[in-house]
Design a binder for this molecule. Structure first.
Ligand code: PEP
Length: 255
């Protein structure tokens, strides 16, 4: 049985005091939920502070990106061991905003995944098609390309440690959500692809989150799809009054 995982990607939002305020409210609001994984993903500047606040709680901390080298002359980059040092457990890799604005490719995603796993981090690999790709009937080709090349060279054991987030780019930050059926169709496709790449048992273990305008109003229909194992939440994770109901609703599936 796959454990549900709800993660809040704060993107480039929240000062340290704002981050502390948000996490204080979240800690209180979800204190009794232990049957699913709950993750907050603040900007780098707040990671250490937030990790300290969440030691020995039911909430884990993630980072929004990582570099593949361990140290050296790479101004502006952050190494996997530095994230571990800051108390980080998860790391988002290949978010569509990084692919779109910062030149992230399947090759860099693959290198980052390897480096993250080597350091003992749990990667969340984002995949998803743009609007024109969906409209051009290319959605499944794009997903296949992201999954196969992102995971190139990974053993079954390593693949099982990775969470995949299906995030249709046209649904991120736009208020447009994929219908539960559209999302389930792609999640099922990804699982079948993983079964071909590895085997049925590995495919059935890998968690696949949905991301794209997830809100309290739509989480129920999404999380109840067979192949949807959680959500990567952007905008709605910045407000406790929205993120807490998303976590609580998802915990019903985890029960
Ligand atoms: C995201 O940032 O991964 C995301 C899904 O954002 P939003 O929920 O705001 O669409």
């Amino acid at each position: 049985m796959r454990r549900v995982i709800i993660a809040g990607n704060w993107k480039m939002n929240k000062t340290i005091p704002e981050a502390i305020e948000l996490v204080s409210g979240l800690k209180r609001g979800v204190a009794d939920i232990t049957n699913i994984d709950i993750v907050v993903i603040p900007p780098y500047t707040a990671l250490s502070e937030i990790s300290d606040m969440l030691v020995e709680t039911n909430i884990d901390v993630g980072a929004q990106d990582v570099y593949w080298e361990e140290k050296g002359a790479f101004t502006g980059q952050v190494a996997p061991s530095m994230l571990k040092d800051a108390g980080v457990k998860y790391v988002v890799i290949g978010h569509s905003e990084r692919r779109q604005y910062f030149g992230e490719t399947n090759e860099t995603v693959n290198k980052k995944l390897k480096a993250a796993l080597n350091a003992g981090l749990s990667p969340i690999m984002c995949v998803g098609e743009r609007l024109e790709e969906r409209e051009g009937g290319k959605a499944f080709d794009v997903i296949k390309d992201h999954v196969e090349n992102g995971l190139a060279g990974f053993s079954k054991d390593d693949a099982q440690k990775i969470v995949i987030a299906y995030e249709p780019v046209w649904a991120i930050g736009t208020g447009k959500t994929a219908t539960p059926q559209q999302a389930e169709e792609v999640h099922k496709y990804i699982r079948e692809l993983l079964a071909k790449m590895y085997n049925e048992s590995v495919a059935s273990e890998i968690r696949i989150q949905y991301g794209g305008s997830v809100k309290p109003e739509n989480i129920n229909d999404l999380i109840n799809q067979q192949n949807i194992d959680g959500a990567l939440v952007g905008g709605a994770s910045l407000k406790v009054e929205q993120f807490i109901p998303i976590v609580k609703e998802s915990a019903k599936k985890g029960a």
